[in-house]
Every structure is written in structure tokens, then in C-alpha cells.
Design a protein around this ligand. Structure first.
Ligand code: EPU
Length: 346
């Protein structure tokens, strides 16, 4: 434990992408699994922070805050078609994506510019522009907080779903993810450029046969045009999940709101659900008049209503109260319950 040092009363403002200024009573950064194991021998009641990109802090943290800063990427093996990589939890997600694109490893290019670190990508099964990270993950390694032992979860055991996994449910709070293993393509990349905005972006650049880099750049351009950069305006990406509703309810709503958009719910690898559809929460929130609304130092992003923002000195409670107000309004107007996607730390 020689390298480890505990800091007292530090602000967490720079450790969460919402830029909420709460204090940690005590804080420690760990850069190896060994250090983490040593730490767990003396303290198990900890509060974990990694990229801090999916949390809303509403109060000071009394527990020891443990910042996971374990770095390193290793190529486990390669064959003609695929590369098998293990990436430590503290690696920045977007830098990892850019590195894969430069190495011509395919599969996660659509997930460019998502904030956060590699270790947290399986928890909510990050997804964007037709791709979810679950399709490339082979294994997740994690420390059992109780025993201090490393355990492995296969892809199947992670029980991935839309913005969901076992780490948000059955084993929540029991493990610390230390690394994630991926299988990425080296040839015959399964490019996913069918998402409308990507197609439009590629066409406008005259690209008909896109490379991994072309797709990554298109995604970066789209995200920059719609989503606020956390370095400039605090935010946590989509604050709510897109709700899944019964097709019958959707058809009723369509009578009143003929332009209401919907997406199919994929119920298995090949089938889409006949009984349920997904509705973009951003549309519902915009219809309810919240898009671009600013209240003091917080509000709803002007270009994407699904994103709540901190313009500087908002508190987590203010943003949480706004989220509750939005939920209530959407329920009263459409009869749809929105589910918060971001972790609220109360
Ligand atoms: N829309 C509006 N108004 C808005 C925002 C959206 O009407 O202010 C409607 C439009 O009809 C638009 C549709 O919603 O066509 C979909 O919007 P968008 O393509 O921006 O995607 P989204 O459904 O709002 C989801 C993910 C994003 C991801 C994008 C692209 C969730 C909760 N969010 O957003 O993920 O980047 O698709 O794939 O599934 C995140 O999770 O943090 C995140 C940013």
C-alpha cells in the first residue's frame, strides 16, 4: 500500500461529467488490481468512481471514494479475422475506440465519443447508432468486494439488455470491474452505417464505401452537433431511457399525435416484437415543451431534449427535481412512465 495515499475533503467536480461540486470526505485513486485488493482488506464500504459519466451526485460522499485508475491494453491473441483484447477498467473509452480504429479493429467505431471509461461500459451496455457494446464483449473481470477475489463473467452471464446488465441488477454493488475483454474484427468488418444520421453524414461527404475511420468520424460529427461536450456544459448523456410501450397504446397516441416516432423492439436476434414499440423520450420531452428550457444554472439541452445539463454551478438536487418534474409531465400528457437512466446518488 506504499503508493496509496488518502486525500481528505476534496471536491468531486472534476470526477463527474455533470460537473457537480460535492465533496468526498476521503478519496483514493488506485492504479492496480493489487492495490485495490489491499485496500479492500481494510475497507469494503466504499463509493466507486470511474469516468463519472453516468451519475448525478446530490450530496457529499461520506464513504471512502475509490477512483479506479487501472490502465493498460493487452492483445491476448490475434488470428487472420479477429483480435482478442483485454482492456483495464481505467482506460478512457473514446481513446480506446480511436486506437482500435487506427489499428483497423472493427466493432466499436459507432460508439465513438461516448464519455466514460472502459470498466463501466458493460454496466449499462453502452449503445449508439445501431450498435451496443455487448456485441463485442467476450468477458468481464471483476473483484468480488466481499472476498477480494477476481471473478470472470462470460458475455452470457452479463445478461445484457438495452442499457442494462447483471451489474445494474442481481450483483449491483457486489463487484468492481477491473477489465473488459473484446473480440474485434480485422477483416470483413460488420459496418453499421444504416442509422439515418450516419447515412446522411457519409453521403454529404461523398463516401459510399466507408472505412472504420469514416464511420467513427461521422459519429463524432453527429454527436458534436447534438450532444453537449461535458468539458463545456456538464451532462451525463441521455438522462432517461427510451420507453418501451404497448403497440396498442402507441396506436392510441398516434391518433392524437400523428407525428409520434417509434422504433421496433428487437425481441430476439431475428425478430421484432409485434406487441411493443420503443418511443424516443427526447420527442416526448420536446413535445412537453422542455427542450432548451433553462432554469438558473441547469436545464434541458437545446439540441437534444433527452439530455439534462449543468451550466456551471447547479446542484444535483436541482437537476434531479427537474427530472422528476419532466417525468410527471410526460406521465400526465402521454400516460408513459419515463425511467431515469443515470445513477442518482442520494
Ligand atoms: N427527438 C426529438 N427531439 C429531441 C431529441 C430526439 O424529437 O430533442 C426524436 C427525433 O424523432 C429523433 C429521435 O428522437 O429522430 C431519436 O433521436 P436520437 O437519434 O438523438 O436518439 P435518441 O433515441 O434520443 C439514443 C440513445 C443515445 C444515442 C442515440 C443514437 C438512449 C437513452 N439514448 O438517443 O445514447 O447516442 O440514440 O443512437 O437510448 C446515452 O445513452 O447517453 C446516449 C446519448
Amino acid at each position: 500500500m506504499t503508493k496509496m495515499s488518502i486525500q481528505k475533503n476534496i471536491s468531486l467536480k472534476n470526477y463527474n461529467t455533470f460537473g457537480i461540486s460535492v465533496n468526498a470526505k476521503s478519496f483514493i485513486s488506485v492504479d492496480s488490481v493489487y492495490e485495490l485488493q489491499q485496500l479492500l482488506k481494510v475497507e469494503k464500504d466504499i463509493f466507486l468512481i470511474s469516468g463519472g459519466s453516468n451519475m448525478l451526485l446530490t450530496k457529499d460522499i461520506e464513504k471512502l471514494v475509490v477512483h479506479i485508475d487501472i490502465k493498460g491494453i493487452s492483445i491476448d491473441r490475434e488470428d487472420d479475422n479477429a483480435a482478442y483484447l483485454t482492456v483495464n477498467a481505467g482506460e478512457n473509452w473514446h481513446e480506446f475506440v480511436l486506437w482500435c480504429v487506427s489499428e483497423n479493429y472493427g466493432g466499436i467505431e459507432n460508439l465513438s465519443l461516448i464519455p466514460g471509461n472502459v470498466g463501466t461500459c458493460p454496466i449499462q451496455n453502452i449503445g449508439a447508432y445501431g450498435v451496443e457494446v455487448k456485441d463485442t464483449i467476450t468477458k468481464v473481470e471483476a473483484l468480488d468486494i466481499e472476498t477480494g477475489k477476481l471473478v470472470q463473467f462470460s458475455n452470457e452471464e452479463c445478461n445484457f439488455g438495452y442499457r442494462n446488465s447483471i451489474f445494474k441488477n442481481e450483483v449491483k454493488g457486489k463487484y468492481i470491474i477491473t477489465s473488459v475483454s473484446f473480440k474485434l474484427t480485422k477483416t470483413n468488418h460488420n459496418l453499421n452505417s444504416s442509422y439515418g444520421a450516419i447515412e446522411t453524414e457519409l453521403t454529404s461527404k461523398g463516401i459510399s464505401n466507408p472505412s472504420l475511420k469514416d464511420i467513427s468520424e461521422a459519429v463524432i460529427a453527429i454527436r458534436k452537433s447534438k450532444l453537449p461536450d461535458p468539458k463545456e456544459i456538464g451532462n451525463s448523456g441521455s438522462f432517461f431511457k427510451n420507453p418501451v410501450i404497448a403497440t396498442t397504446q402507441f396506436l392510441e397516441l398516434q391518433k392524437e399525435y400523428p407525428t409520434i416516432p417509434s422504433y421496433p423492439v428487437i425481441s430476439s436476434a431475428v425478430e421484432k416484437s409485434e406487441t411493443q414499440v420503443k418511443v424516443p423520450a427526447g420527442w416526448l420531452i420536446e413535445q412537453a415543451g422542455f427542450k432548451g428550457k433553462r432554469y438558473g444554472d441547469f436545464g434541458v439541452h437545446e439540441k437534444q431534449a433527452l439530455v439534462l445539463v449543468n451550466y456551471g454551478n447547479a446542484t444535483g438536487s436541482e437537476i434531479y427535481q427537474l427530472a422528476e418534474k419532466i417525468k410527471e409531465t410526460i406521465f400526465n400528457k402521454f400516460g408513459i412512465s419515463l425511467e431515469i437512466e443515470v445513477n442518482i446518488i442520494k
